[in-house]
Write a new protein. Structure first.
Length: 388
C-alpha cells in the first residue's frame, strides 16, 4: 500500500506560479487563500519527479523527439482507466488543450460558422469561438435543484446551424460526469447534423468514486469518426506547467488536416520535460492517482457537509468529477460586485467569479479544493465568519 502526503503544505509563492504570485494583482491582497486557477497544491507523483530529475542530470537539453513509449503509455492508460482502445497513430501532440481547441476551430470551420458551447462553461471556450470570428451558439445547461442537464431540444435547433460542438466532458465548472444516455443523445444530434464534436476530456481521470467517465469517441464507430478528443496529464498529475497534451483523432482525413496545421505552425516539437513527465505519470502514476481521488473526495465531502450544516444559504452542485466546486451564493441576494468584495475582503478567499463562465454564472463561484484539507477547513471557517 503506497502512502502519499497530501496534507503537507508546500509554499509555492515566489515560484512564478499564477495561483499565488498574482494574488495582489487579482484580489487586492497577498493574504488571500487562492482557490481559483485549476492546478493542485500537491507534489507530483514520485516517479514523475524522479524521471525529471534523472533526465535533468544529463547536461544537454537539445531538440528531442517523442519515443514510442510516450504513445504506448497513453494507449495503455486509456484502455485500463476508461476501457477505450485506441491506436498510437491517433495521438497528436499539442502544447495544451486550449491551443488545440483554437486550432480545431480554425481548421474545421470558417469565419462566421456556428460553434456550440454549453454554459456555464470553462471560459476559454468563449475566447476560442470569438477570437476566431466564429458565431457563438449557446446551448445553455438547464439547472434544477443545483443539478445540471443538457437541453436537447435547444441543442437540436442549434445543431442545424453549427459546424462544431465544444463539449466539456466531465463538465467544468458544474462537475457533471455525463451519462451514457446523455452522450448518446448528444452524439446522435451531432451525427444527424454533421457537427464535429470536440470533446475536452482533460478532467476524465478525476471522476469521483461511484461515477464512470465514458469517452465519447468510444461509444460507437460513427462517434469515433465524428469526434476529436483532447486529453492531458496536466490536471490528473499536476503537470500544467509542462505544456503537454494529446489530441486523439481516428478519422484519417481529419487526422491529416490537424497534423498539417500543427506542422505549419511548427508546434509539433514539444517540451522535453513534458514528454518525460507524461510517460512517467501514465506509466507509473496510478497508485498516486487512486490515493489522490480518495483525498479529493474527503475534501469535497467536508465542504458539502459544512455548507449544509453551517452555511445552508450557500449551496453546492453534486460533484461527480473534477476538484472544482460550483457554489451557489444566490440566496445571499448580493450583486456580483458585493459578492466578490465579501469573499476577498472579509473571507480572504480568491475564487473564480461565476460570471466568467457565461450565462447561468451570475451568483455562483468556482472553488478549487485540490489542496491540503487544513486549507479547505480554514477557507470554510473564513466563509462562515464573513457571511455571519
Amino acid at each position: 500500500m503506497h502512502t502519499f502526503d497530501f496534507d503537507r503544505i508546500i509554499d509555492r509563492s515566489g515560484t512564478h506560479t499564477i495561483k499565488y504570485d498574482r494574488r495582489k494583482e487579482l484580489f487586492g491582497a497577498e493574504n488571500i487563500l487562492p482557490m481559483w486557477v485549476a492546478d493542485m497544491d500537491f507534489s507530483v507523483p514520485p516517479p514523475v519527479s524522479e524521471a525529471i530529475r534523472k533526465r535533468s542530470e544529463h547536461p544537454v537539453y537539445g531538440y528531442t523527439m517523442r519515443p514510442p513509449v510516450y504513445f504506448e503509455t497513453i494507449v495503455a492508460w486509456l484502455k485500463k482507466r476508461h476501457g477505450w482502445e485506441i491506436e498510437t497513430d491517433w495521438i497528436h501532440y499539442s502544447p495544451g488543450v486550449v491551443p488545440a481547441l483554437n486550432i480545431l476551430i480554425q481548421e474545421f470551420s470558417q469565419p462566421g460558422d456556428g460553434v456550440i458551447l454549453q454554459s456555464p462553461v470553462y471560459h476559454p471556450f468563449f475566447h476560442a469561438i470569438r477570437n476566431n470570428n466564429r458565431r457563438l451558439l449557446n446551448n445553455r445547461l438547464v439547472e434544477k435543484n443545483n443539478k445540471y442537464t443538457i437541453d436537447f431540444d435547444d441543442l437540436s435547433r442549434k445543431a442545424k446551424e453549427a459546424k462544431i460542438l465544444l463539449l466539456s466532458h466531465p463538465h467544468n465548472p458544474v462537475g457533471r460526469s455525463w451519462t451514457r444516455e446523455e452522450l448518446l443523445k448528444l452524439g446522435e444530434i451531432c451525427l444527424e447534423n454533421n457537427v464535429l464534436i470536440v470533446s475536452d476530456e482533460i478532467h476524465a481521470d478525476l471522476t469521483m468514486p461511484g461515477y464512470k467517465h465514458i469517452p465519447l469517441a468510444a461509444m460507437s464507430p460513427e462517434l469515433a469518426e465524428a469526434t476529436v478528443t483532447c486529453i492531458a496529464p496536466s490536471k490528473t498529475f499536476n503537470l500544467a506547467g509542462l505544456s503537454t497534451s494529446s489530441v486523439i483523432i481516428k478519422n484519417e482525413h481529419k487526422k491529416k488536416r490537424f497534423k498539417a496545421f500543427i506542422e505549419r505552425l511548427h508546434l509539433n516539437m514539444g517540451n522535453l520535460f513534458g514528454m518525460i513527465a507524461s510517460t512517467a505519470a501514465y506509466g507509473e502514476g496510478e497508485p498516486w492517482l487512486d490515493a489522490l481521488l480518495r483525498y479529493l473526495q474527503e475534501n469535497i465531502c467536508f465542504v458539502t457537509e459544512f455548507l449544509e450544516n453551517e452555511i445552508p444559504r450557500v449551496r453546492i452542485s453534486p460533484v461527480e468529477a473534477t476538484y472544482l466546486l460550483w457554489l451557489d451564493f444566490r440566496e445571499l441576494n448580493m450583486t456580483t460586485g458585493e459578492l466578490n468584495s465579501m469573499l476577498t475582503r472579509k473571507a480572504k478567499l480568491g475564487l473564480n467569479d461565476g460570471t466568467i463562465f457565461g450565462q447561468g454564472g451570475v451568483g455562483f463561484q468556482r472553488m478549487n479544493v485540490a489542496c491540503p484539507k487544513s486549507i479547505v477547513e480554514q477557507a470554510m471557517e473564513n466563509l462562515k465568519k464573513a457571511i455571519q
